[in-house]
Design a protein around this ligand. Sequence first.
Ligand code: KG4
Ligand code: ZN
Length: 343
Amino acid sequence: ARFTPLLAIETSCDDTACAILDAHGTLLGESVLSQEDHAALGGVVPELAARAHLKALPDLVELTLQRAGLELKDIALFAATTGPGLIGGLIVGSSYAKGLAMACGKPFMGINHIEGHILTPRLPAALRPDETAPAFPYLALLVSGGHCQCIAVEDTGQYRRLGGTIDDSAGEAFDKVAKMLGLGWPGGPALEKLARDGNPRAYELPRPLKGRPSCDFSFSGLKTAVSRHVEPYGRDALPRQVAADLAASFQQAVTDVMTDRILHALDMVPHVTSLVVAGGVAANTVLRQRLQEIASQRGIAFLAPPLQLCTDNAAMIGWAALERLKQGEIPDDISLAPRPRWP
Ligand code: KG4
Ligand code: ZN
């Protein structure tokens, strides 16, 4: 309780987020601002994102404090994402949190964004009434626009990366294929919707790395295969049914590959008791269902945090800070620099 309530800031990509947690990890206040402009520009523009974080943070922190019914002086620790991510956003968010910490005479803690994602299933707000928090060790699949990796979570601070993508992330693959099919950005949700009207067996697409004794992923060959089927029609003349069939076939291929890779990962860590999934792609219902099936086949629990905690948020950063404090970690020193690449 010495370091709580704590205030956490997340600015590693395009969402500006702030959250306040108490000693039990209860979310006292939370706010997230998504940067809509990126959709119009078809992706995240790093420089614009950094400026938007800077513009948004003062009001967002104020709003989060109001929602928690607290004042700045009540906060006992300030945490922020210090990597991995876009350097501009990391500098803005962590400098802001350090500034608040200095001004209030309170400690600062820098948190790894990936650690935040993979510890989220243990956050009380991520659990449904019938669920219990996954105990260590568990297997985490992180699939989003920025990440695609499989991690054995042995304990707080003890992670083993079992594999990851060798080219695109799963989210990027969804976004790029969606773009080929004439859908907007982000493409994942639109592609899933269109796929409902398509036949998943209409096109024979490759299953990259399927069967390999590893937990690595590759999506670029799959993406190229889709583009070969789109080309004959030209960019704006793709019949809707063809697009729907391609969407469904692509989604099926991704799901098959993921299933195969996760089964391999589970062979590498047979001692895990749960499979958890996080990141924006975890919103995909077809993928979720398949992962659920694998988990029950293997007799382990399956957990997927609610969507707003699956995607980028600050609650996960605050929670990772709490888990580290629980382990006896002393808050970091203020001179800690952001690390855009932080494995
Ligand atoms: O975690 P997230 O919000 O942020 C990033 O790390 O970028 O993930 C966003 C990604 C996007 O690529 C988006 O297309 C994908 O998650 N996504 C989906 C679905 N919903 C979001 N992909 C497939 N199916 C979905 N339903
Ligand atoms: Zn993320």
